[in-house]
Structure formats: structure tokens, C-alpha cells
Design a protein around this ligand. Sequence first.
Ligand SMILES: Nc1ncnc2c1ncn2[C@@H]1O[C@H](COP(=O)(O)OP(=O)(O)OP(=O)(O)O)[C@@H](O)[C@H]1O
Ligand SMILES: [Mg+2]
Length: 503
Amino acid sequence: MDNGYVLAIDQGTTGSTVLIFNQAGEVCGRASAEIAQYYPQPGWVEHDPQEIWSVTLDVVGAALDQAKAKPGDLRAIGITNQRETSLLWDRHSGLPVARAVVWQDRRTAHLCDELKQEGLEPLWQEKTGLLIDPYFSATKVHWLLDQSDDLRLRAAAGEIAFGTVDSWLVWKLTGGRCHVTDYSNASRTLLFNIHELDWDDDILARLDIPRAMLPTVKPSSYIYGETDPKAFLGHRVPIAGIAGDQQAALFGQACYRPGLAKTTYGTGSFLLMNTGRKPVASRQRLLTTIAWGIGDEPVEYALEGSIFITGAALQWLRDGLGIISSAAESEQLAASLQGNDDVYFVPGLTGLGAPHWDAYARGMIIGITRGCTKAHLARAALESIAYQTRDVVDAMSRESGIDLRELRADGGAVANRFLMQFQADVLGVPVEIPSITETTAQGAAYLAGLAVGFWSSREELAERWQLAWRYEPQMEQAQRDHLHKRWKQAVNRSLGWAEDPKG
Ligand SMILES: Nc1ncnc2c1ncn2[C@@H]1O[C@H](COP(=O)(O)OP(=O)(O)OP(=O)(O)O)[C@@H](O)[C@H]1O
Ligand SMILES: [Mg+2]
């Protein structure tokens, strides 16, 4: 028995969370803190890279204190992160060039239209597994490079680095020694050929992005380097795991075999199905993505349905409208009604992702009458999470030919019993909640622990997966169909709204 720990950093959209795991896989320490969200223009979302770093470091300290662990007890660090969010920094000064452009940001919608009009989508989809959408990093990097005259030249000369949040954190943790990312994060940039496992020169050329600014791509479970004692609490600790948050959650949920799927309810929701060593091309507007690479083993792939706004709809009711004081309060409000009274909320606050991919869709609440209360809005927000998930599950079934028999769920919103029951009802299949719902951090810890031999194998980890709760569907089929039909009608009315703001 090793008395040490693996530390997992989960740098999410909402904030940073750090979990400390012992060898038995138990959580011994936990801390989290939110980061500021900047909305400088409608449809824009930004984060401050320096804040991401400083908040993360603070949270590491707090989690260590809680576990009563010392930095010297850490056997490895695993990192998981909000994906696609794009940062540029100066390699000499280590300073960010601008605020990070967050995955939800829609500022490059017009550039994406141009690329699609050029007919590039089929080829880029084949190479990268993705669609052309502002969601992915590529057009964000192009936009950032356009912001000052010499930036592109300096990037080509190797002076400016690009990274997703994982790369930025590793850069900071290693005192600027490592500029790396992993396969799963690279596969979200729209710059990476997921078959050849290399950056794609044609896409780079079209977007005028110099290769010299890109990180080196490594497996997800791999020793990338050690922390610089000056940057990290006076200690050298191997950084040994990196994965995008959704792939990390798939790993934490022990979905190691083809056909196994999970969905994570955070800011948005992301349903991923393991497809093994085969990248399955999608005809249903799902994404083909790299799940992970473990050491020297061949990489594994997943199919993904990305929903941009789920838990964030509750945050908007809380922070934007101020009609609830916490996300949790939505549960009793929703349950205070017998039904939705035909009120629907399409949370296209940052456009709609899978299966619509409409960067110009916007949020919409429909069906309001004089009897409408905040309970209706809370209920409609929660229901929208379940309907969006149903749309993605339907697309996934059509794509894979596999009917889902149950759904493994995790993330913050699984605490909401109304939502989980409604989800099972709308899907018509059981929803399963594991005992550890912070599977994102768990997955990052597992990847890092495997690389340093703290844990021996995936089989060992899979045995730890434990069911905590199972929600069985109770709704009649006719009601399920009716609700879903009304939802789809509402979605259709929200599409394309922002397309011509002056029209
Ligand atoms: N009881 C609840 N009912 C509904 N939603 C909830 C509840 N508790 C938390 N949430 C929502 O879950 C989200 C937080 O979940 P979680 O902590 O997993 O997200 P996160 O990891 O911070 O998200 P991300 O990684 O996308 O930043 C928030 O959007 C919040 O509104
Ligand atoms: Mg998260």
C-alpha cells in the first residue's frame, strides 16, 4: 500500500476544482472556486488566463490542506479542462496576449459561414471528426492572431504559443518548460487530423495559423514533465495525465469498452460513447473525437453529442434573472407544478450544438400566459436539459444502431432528483448515478495514476465503479411523445434568430 496521493486538477468553465485521491480511489481532499466570466459583447465569452492559473493554484493548496497531505506526498498530477477554449501567450514573458476565448463564444460565426461556403466542411469533418463551428479552437486562434499586426509573424517565429487550458496549466506548472497537450484536447481544435495524429497543414494554411505556435501532442496517460518547485509549492511532482473534461469523465465512468456511454451535466452536457480503436464517421451531426491514448497503446475514439447550455440555464435564472438563489432551488420549484403547462425554454444562449449546430439560434421561452410563475421557468429550464439529452441520445442510436439500455450520468446537476427522474421519463430508459459523481477529476487522476504505476490497470479501476442510485422511467409513452413533440416545435422557432440582427 502506497500512502501517497494523486492530485487531479479539473479546470472547468465555471471554475477550478481539485480532488485528492488515495490508492484505494477514495477522495481525501476537495476544494473548488469559481472564476470570473466576461461577456464583452452579445455572444462573446472570455476568461482571464492569469486568474485561471492563480485560482487553480489556490484551490490546490486548499485541497491539500483538507486532505492533510503535503506536496511531497503527491505521486502524480492529472489535469482535465474545459475544452476548445483558446489562449495565446508570449513564450519569453510567459504573459497571455489576450483573454482566453471560451468554447461558448460565437464571435467567429461569420468566418465559419465562409469556410462552409467554400465547401470545406466534408473534408475537414473527415480529417478532424468535427464540424465547422465557432465552438472549436481553430477559428478562435485565427481571430486572436488577427488582433494585432505583428502577432502572426511573432507566432511564426516561435515567440507566441497557442494552447488550450491544459497546455496553459502545464506551461505554468513546469515553469515554461513544457508546451504540450494530449490527443483528446488536440482532437477538439479542428486543427488535428485524428487518423494521422498530427496537426493538419492544409487547415493550418487556410486559417493562417503557424505550426510553430502549436503544442506537442502526447498520449493522455504519459509523464509529460515535472512541476517546477518555484511554480508549485517547492516540489517536483510528475504531471502524468491530461484529458479534456468530457473524455476524462468517460474514463472516470469506466466506459472502457465500445458501446459504453455516459453523459455529464455541467455548464453544458456532453454524451460520449466509446467506439474503441475505430473512429466512427457521423452522418447525424455528432462528433468523432479521440477519447484518449494510454501510453504506447493505439488511441481510442468516441462519438460525442455536445449540448452547450444545460446547468448554465439554471445559472442564468440565478445570476441573469435573479429568480432563484441557487441551482438546487429549481428542484422544489419544478416539483411544485403538476406539469409544464405547455411552457418551454430553449436555452440557445450561445447558439445550439448537437444535433442542430446553429450558431445563430438564441434562447427562447414560449407558452407564457398570465398564470406563469418562476416555477414554470425553473421547470422549463430543467426539462430543457432532459429534452436536449433525448435529442442527442436519439441521434446516437441512429448513428450507432445501438439502442441505449441505460444512461450513466454524472456532474453537478445529477444532484437534482426532479431532473434525473424526468430524464429517465423522457428517455424511457433508466438513468444510473455512480457513487463518485465527480468523474471528470476522477478520470484525470486515473490517467495520471496509471502512468506512474500508482494503479496497475483499467480493469482494477473498472471494478471500483459503484452504482449509487438508479432512476427508472415511469411516464406513459403517449405523454413522453407529446412533450418531446412540443419541445421540437419550440426548438424550430429558436433557430436562426441572430442571423441578421438588422433584418
Ligand atoms: N441541484 C441542481 N440542480 C440543477 N442544476 C444544478 C444543481 N446543482 C448544480 N447544478 C448545475 O450544475 C452545474 C455545475 O456542475 P459541475 O460542478 O459539474 O459543473 P462544472 O464542472 O463547474 O461545469 P464545467 O466543467 O462545465 O465548468 C452548474 O451549471 C449548476 O447550475
Ligand atoms: Mg466540469
